[in-house]
Write a protein that binds this ligand. Structure first.
Ligand SMILES: Cc1cc2nc3c(=O)[nH]c(=O)nc-3n(C[C@H](O)[C@H](O)[C@H](O)COP(=O)(O)O)c2cc1C
Length: 201
């Protein structure tokens, strides 16, 4: 079993990375292989809206998103971690979420993968990015695990916050335990990326 943590912070050793490492440590204690991917220093361009990827599983943009696609597809569980930037997720996070639209074909999708979320804010704005990650999971037919939402500001200060560190560790362990249960979406209720409310035709 593989659990992938993705840090959307430009800080290589910031609070998001510390919490993700802690979550992955929890997953490891439950027997998973783990990997941390950080967008820091990576070349990941925004979606150009060409739609060529849709239903094919491949995006034509050749950049550091390509290895991340492979890591996501290989993982059984994914933990998304972002700091709050101006009441939202970081720009880097949104770019990756948009590019994930390419993962929309059998064998190249995130269907039934378990997802967890870590959000860190200095003082305000935790809910909106959390909500956006969970909607992404709904769209991707992932199975949502817990949210770890933390207030911390200075680089790495979250290390001193025992509750937050324990919550992150528990998240990693919980994800492994959910993966073990092998829940799957029922086949009889197909859902496309657009099949909500007023988009339903
Ligand atoms: C450009 C920028 C915008 C930010 N906007 C917010 C914000 O809207 N609300 C907030 O509480 N903290 C905000 N912060 C603070 C970060 O969320 C906080 O420092 C967080 O711990 C950074 O996580 P990291 O160490 O993983 O990078 C902002 C920081 C930066 C650099």
């Amino acid at each position: 079993m593989k659990i992938l943590g993705i840090s959307f912070s430009p800080r290589k050793t910031g609070n998001t990375v510390v919490l993700l490492e802690q979550a992955l440590q929890g997953a490891k204690t439950e027997g998973a292989e783990t990997e941390l991917f950080s967008v820091s220093g990576k070349d990941i361009k925004p979606c150009d809206g060409c739609w060529a990827c849709f239903g094919k599983g491949k995006c034509h943009i050749k950049d550091d998103m390509q290895p991340l696609y492979d890591k996501m597809v290989e993982a059984d569980g994914i933990i998304f971690g972002t700091p709050v930037y101006v009441y939202s997720m970081t720009g880097q996070a949104k770019i990756v979420l948009d590019r994930m639209l390419a993962l929309s074909t059998p064998g190249r999708s995130l269907v039934n993968k378990v997802g967890g979320v870590i959000v860190v804010a200095g003082s305000i704005g935790l809910i909106d990015p959390a909500k956006d990650f969970y909607f992404t999971m709904v769209m991707q037919k992932m199975l949502p695990a817990n949210l770890v939402a933390v207030y911390a500001d200075k680089k790495g200060e979250v290390r001193e916050m025992n509750h937050a560190m324990q919550a992150a560790n528990n998240l990693g362990r919980e994800i492994v335990q959910i993966v073990i249960k092998k829940f799957t979406y029922p086949e009889g209720f197909p859902r496309s990326f657009f099949a909500y409310g007023t988009h339903t035709r």
